[in-house]
Design a protein. Sequence first.
Length: 206
Amino acid sequence: MGMLFGKPKVSRITDHDRAVLQMKQQRDTLKRYQQRVEKLLESERELAKRLLSENKKDKAKLLLRKKKYQTEQLERTEASLNTIEKLIQDLEYTQIEAKVIEGLKVGNIALKKANELFNIEHIEQLLDETKEGIDKQKEITDLLSGVLSSEDEEAVEAELNELITVEHEKAMDMLPTVPSDELPITIPETKEKEKLPTKKIALEAQ
């Protein structure tokens, strides 16, 4: 049956997440306790007033002592709440910081790969080779344009035209030749000649 529904999903909750969750649960528990004590202190204060009005000073004093103790407990609870809130913030910040550090690691690896791909020495060598090729081509062009005179240029042009003519003649020679002899003309026999043997046969029959 387990195979039919596939593999169970792996939980993505980390120990860090569990720690943060536990701290928040403790914080919420302390807040509920704090609210309950604050309400109790208020009611005990009103009760102490009523006892004093009834001339029950000893009971009122005992109630105020209890209230003082609970007030100190409330202050300790407040301090614990502040500590827990700070711990939660620190834990959440460390998680964010860990993600930032991980991102920096990935970025650093990508930067190293980019630096390996675009190696400065390799780029400089490539630029030098390109510049050297351009300079060499310019040198050849300048050399040729400076050596040849106008007569030489005309001779080069004439040789070029000659080569073009030779290539054209070669191409023409490769084409099939057209026959020069005249084709014999065949004159078809007329129908009158076809009828003559028939008339001759008819005369012989007479």
